[in-house]
Design a protein around this ligand. Structure first.
Ligand SMILES: Cc1cc2nc3c(=O)[nH]c(=O)nc-3n(C[C@H](O)[C@H](O)[C@H](O)COP(=O)(O)OP(=O)(O)OC[C@H]3O[C@@H](n4cnc5c(N)ncnc54)[C@H](O)[C@@H]3O)c2cc1C
Length: 451
């Protein structure tokens, strides 16, 4: 049996850096992945999604500006765009393996399972390690629905040869809305089926309702309070049975995509053979990302139950914590930063910090400022008259503690608000700053006014 200092399960953002850092320290390290190496973000997540979104945005602007300074005939081509996306995603696995091998890290392709606290089995071989990092990510949640096997995972959306004419997205999270906005621009007929009253729950309710209105106006059928009952395949299409209240209905689609949440990969790891504490929310860890029940085990990223959002920057941050504690024995402070999140629809929505529902419960502590930005010059120039902001202030300190946006520039503006929150910037300074004009940022002083 091979004996190592560290085994890392998962080669995504949270596993990659730890394996490399440990090897640099002279540790013997093995890394295991059951999918192509490199993880979700660069292959089936953030990056391929952004490649599609950026091109679709250009076409979207073209359509708005046709006859207003643009003439010609520009059309989206899925196959070409997918091939362009592939130039980013396809080289990742080989490059990652090469990097590990050049560093002297043992690379195993296959599914790892615990035999006991210190031993893993992979492809019939047993590996033993002093430390094990679980960086195993997350997978689409199992849904208690007849015909669940007919749902297509988000990974496969990126590999489609053609974009189907009729698409149903199950679940009203950010992946569904982003895919819906892409597919609708390709003229697919798109339906989002969401069981709750309010989609995109992590975002501000008013920003979301602006986005839902806009999505409906552009032809996306957003159905709320609608339960998916079953899916059956009929020839090349699917009959999708849904229920809204007592009203049962059959929809049809060429593809049914799973956008109904992802759960930490804690099943099929053999965790019950070990003393590793876990729940459906992931591996239970402390602020050092160390298992609360087995000190030689660490977990980071989407598979860790650490209270952080399942987003790439946080998977990276958790990986850094593992490195500092496991390799350098440094105790970490509790995680205290704000994490912006963005839904890359067109226009997008973005959120950071305190939500207005929480602020509204304590009116003596917080001021909520909201503004309709739709008629602002910035949004008019390319004829996208959509925009809304909601900024939460600490009443006493006069600093920003939350920001929620619906805007064509949401993904950029939210980083500025994150900076303002982290630096406790005085709003009088932000209001009197000489922002370059005309820019989306020069609208910030107006967002800080009472409407
Ligand atoms: C469609 C989509 C869009 C996204 N967009 C964004 C975005 O815009 N911004 C953002 O910040 N985040 C986004 N995310 C989330 C982001 O991709 C994840 O938070 C991040 O990639 C998690 O990294 P990780 O290291 O925890 O796991 P991963 O990168 O998922 O890596 C885990 C790896 O471990 C493997 N594995 C699991 N179990 C085993 C086992 N037993 N044996 C061997 N291998 C195993 C998995 O197959 C996987 O390859 C998106 C995700 C998706 C799905």
């Amino acid at each position: 049996m091979q004996k190592l200092d560290l085994i890392v399960i998962g080669s995504g953002v949270s596993g990659h850096s730890t394996a490399s850092a440990a090897r640099k320290k002279g540790w013997s390290v093995a890394i295991i992945d059951d999918k192509p190496f490199g993880g979700t973000c660069p292959q089936w997540g953030c990056d391929p999604k952004k490649v599609l979104v950026e091109t679709v945005k250009i076409q979207d602007a073209f359509n708005r500006m046709e006859g207003y300074g643009l003439t010609g005939n520009s059309q989206l081509n899925w196959k070409q765009l997918r091939d362009h996306k592939d130039t980013f995603t396809k080289p990742i696995s080989e490059a990652t393996i090469e990097e590990f091998e050049q560093a002297g890290i043992h690379v195993y392709h296959g599914h790892a399972k615990f035999v006991d606290d210190y031993t893993l089995e992979i492809n019939g071989e047993k590996l033993h390690a002093a430390y094990i990092l679980l960086a195993a990510g997350a997978s689409p949640a199992k849904l208690p629905v007849d015909g669940f096997e007919h749902l297509t995972a988000s990974d496969a959306f990126f590999e489609l040869d053609a974009l189907p004419e009729e698409i149903i997205l199950v679940g009203g999270g950010y992946i569904s809305f982003e895919f819906a906005h892409i597919a609708a621009r390709f003229s697919s007929k798109v339906t989002i089926v969401h069981r709750g009253n309010r989609p995109l729950e992590g975002f501000d309710a008013d920003a979301v309702s602006h986005l839902v209105d806009y999505s409906r106006r552009m032809g996306i059928d957003v159905r709320t309070n609608t339960e998916l009952e079953s899916v059956e395949k009929q020839g090349n299409t699917y009959n999708v049975h849904v229920k809204t209240g007592n009203n049962a209905e059959q929809l049809t689609a060429d593809i049914v995509i799973h956008g109904a949440g992802r759960t930490p990969n804690v099943q099929n790891l053999g965790l019950d053979q070990t003393s590793i504490a876990y729940s459906k929310n992931g591996i239970k860890v402390d602020k050092n990302q160390q298992s609360i029940s087995a000190p030689h085990i660490y977990a980071a990223g989407d598979c860790a139950d650490d209270g952080k959002l399942p987003l790439t920057p946080l998977a990276g941050e958790a990986g850094s914590r593992v490195i500092k504690h496991m390799l350098d024995e440094k105790q970490q402070d509790a995680f205290q930063h704000v994490q912006p999140s963005v839904c890359y629809t067109m226009p997008g929505i973005a959120s950071v910090g305190i939500h207005s529902e929480d602020a509204a419960k304590n009116p003596e502590d917080y001021t909520i400022l909201d503004q309709d930005l739709s008629s602002f010059f910035t949004n008019k120039t390319t004829r996208l008259q959509e925009g809304y902001s909601k900024i939460i202030l600490d009443k006493q300190k006069q600093t920003i503690v939350g920001a929620h946006l619906f805007s064509p520039y949401a993904e950029h503006l939210i980083n500025l608000f994150t900076l303002a929150i982290e630096l406790h910037a005085d709003i009088q300074v932000l209001k009197s700053l000489l922002w370059a004009y005309p820019t989306a940022e020069s609208d910030i002083p107006s967002m800080l006014k009472k409407s």
